[in-house]
Design a protein around this ligand. Structure first.
Ligand code: ZN
Length: 107
């Protein structure tokens, strides 16, 4: 099944890194799969959108700080259980690494 966004505008988009907004910058990227170990892996399609705070971290290649920001922005907050927090942090770092591998030059 394929889902497509229709009739969206920039103000409705959220940051792909922290789910905040407004969107400040878009990073072109090739599609890639996200290996999760589950039966159905997630797939990243196209560009990644970033708010200004996340874009600054990306442009300065502050990937650890970006991962911290992503975890802190989780709706339920950063997990207090160290094992859960470590697993989530590893997943976020892996996801951001895959994003870096598939980034395309800004035209
Ligand atoms: Zn953000």
């Amino acid at each position: 099944m394929t889902c497509q966004l229709k009739n969206f505008d920039l103000e409705e988009l959220i940051c792909d890194f922290c789910s905040g907004g407004p969107i400040y910058k878009s990073y072109p990227a090739r599609d890639f799969s996200v290996v999760t170990g589950r039966e159905v892996d997630s797939v990243s399609k196209g560009d990644w959108a970033a708010c200004k705070a996340c874009a600054e971290l990306i442009d300065q290649e502050k990937w650890d700080e970006l991962a911290d920001r992503t975890l802190a922005a989780l709706p339920q907050g950063c997990p207090s259980d160290p094992a859960v927090k470590d697993a989530l942090y590893s997943f976020v770092k892996s996801l951001h690494s895959r994003f870096r591998e598939h980034r395309l030059p800004v035209q």
